[in-house]
Write a protein that binds this ligand. Structure first.
Ligand code: T4K
Length: 399
């Protein structure tokens, strides 16, 4: 913990976290836990997992949901079931799991640049990276705003590539009225504790393709097709009943979670309006949106403080803002060593990743808390010279 740069005690006694889980109805969850105990059926395609899968299929409008223990394993299984190999194009601006799910299977993630207007991958940057070794594209719906699926799918068609999406952020979000989960050959959701809908840990691959769904179901359970019969080199990607219980409880609370996320987002939008060099992510009014991420960008040319200085101020006030996804995947190991020149094609990713701050939101935070966070940012920008010298003194003292 750092000192309050703005002077006095930190504005918040308890830290405000990004990614604080939403809970859903506690009594319902506890009832489900009791039922799990009574049934003594804890995992391996249990009734709650099936119910959770059916709920997702209905909400997303897809034929198949294959629930898994987390989204990283779901990505790995989807990648394997689609028989991707060689090189697969992914955005550099994503959580490291997207790239690792490929590298883990000896597939090379080839990093494409972003469109700074959307934080999503720039389709033309993807097309430039296609080689004879390319077998597929993984788009990522960053912060829940869907990437340009039309452009990506037309590039894929032209070059005979497979397309899947990392929809970890985009559960409950739509594009032209069509829900995330129904694009490409398949899409992967995350239900990690920090996500919009959470099952403690969890994920799912969703698809409209019967054969692909059947293959992923086998793969998540060691490749077993009934007693004593293994058809694929599968893994253990199963979701437990306790996770499905949480997932169902969270799913039931979905509208309430969106409502509180939206209130917080609007409080941030009010409080940050007009601050020099600060812009807040805008969500499409005509679409379904989960408002799970409050993302601001700090333009170092226009803001009196840069991104890192503002984050230091906020941490000093117990507002534990995050710099997601900084640095881009290409600047993390093993990719930094394996592809040392990748950055040359990623100017927008490097620029934007150095500007982004993700602010706390979720049901554990009130719009009043969001207003205080905005006041802190406003005060810090107003007192930029003092803030800078306080930070300088602090760093000199600590080094
Ligand atoms: N693709 C994308 C685009 C993703 O963003 C992610 C995950 C994945 C794939 C892979 O999905 P999973 O395999 O995880 O299902 C966190 C999450 O662990 C990760 O799931 C998430 N993206 C990523 C964006 O954030 P870290 O390393 O930043 O986690 P950590 O421990 O720093 O916690 C994040 C914040 O959440 C902190 O402020 C503390 C708070 N928190 C966390 C947990 C677990 C809580 O308040 N309570 C909690 O229980 O990765």
């Amino acid at each position: 913990m750092q000192l309050a740069i703005l002077g006095g005690a930190p504005a918040f006694l308890q830290p405000l976290h990004v990614g604080r889980p939403s809970l859903g109805d506690r009594e319902t969850m506890l009832r489900r836990v009791n039922e799990i105990f009574d049934r003594r059926w804890f995992t391996n395609d249990g009734p709650l997992v099936k119910e959770f899968e059916a709920g997702i299929e209905e909400l997303v409008g897809v034929k198949h949901c294959v629930a898994m223990c987390n989204a990283t394993i779901a990505l790995e299984i989807a990648i394997r079931a689609l028989e991707l190999r060689g090189e697969v194009i992914v955005p550099a601006y994503t959580f490291i799991a997207t790239a690792h799910a490929l590298h883990w299977q000896e597939i090379t993630p080839v990093f494409a640049d972003m469109d700074p207007a959307t934080y999503n991958v720039a389709p033309e940057s993807m097309e430039r990276l296609i080689t004879p070794r390319t077998t597929g594209i993984i788009g990522v719906h960053v912060w829940g705003r869907l990437c340009d699926t039309e452009a990506i799918e037309s590039i894929a068609q032209k070059h005979r590539l497979k397309v899947m999406y990392d929809a970890a952020h985009a559960f409950g979000c739509s594009q032209r009225g069509r829900m995330a989960g129904s694009f490409g050959s398949c899409e992967v959701f995350s239900f990690h504790a920090t996500k919009f809908i959470n099952s403690f840990e969890g994920g799912a691959a969703v698809t409209n393709h019967d054969a692909l769904a059947a293959k992923m179901r086998l793969m998540r359970n060691f490749g077993f097709a009934g007693y004593d019969k293994v058809l694929y080199p599968g893994t253990n990607g199963k979701m437990t009943e306790i996770c499905a219980a949480m997932g169902l409880t969270s799913l039931e609370a979905m509208e309430a979670i969106v409502a509180s996320n939206r209130k917080n987002y609007e409080a941030y939008a009010d409080g940050l309006r007009g601050l020099p060099g600060i812009s807040l992510i805008v969500y499409p009014a005509q679409e379904r949106v989960n408002y799970q991420y409050v993302v601001i960008e700090v333009d170092p040319e226009a803001s009196p403080l840069n991104r890192d200085e503002l984050v230091a101020v906020l941490h000093g006030e117990n507002v534990l803002a995050r710099k997601y996804f900084w640095p881009g995947c290409h600047r993390m190991e093993p990719y930094r060593s394996l592809q040392p020149n990748a950055f040359l094609l990623l100017p927008q990713t490097d620029k934007v990743a150095a500007r982004v701050i993700v602010l706390p939101t979720g049901q554990s935070l009130s719009p009043e808390n969001a207003q205080v966070v905005c006041m802190l940012i406003k005060t810090a920008l107003k007192k930029a010279p003092q803030v800078r010298s306080a930070l300088h003194a602090l760093y000199c003292h600590n080094s």
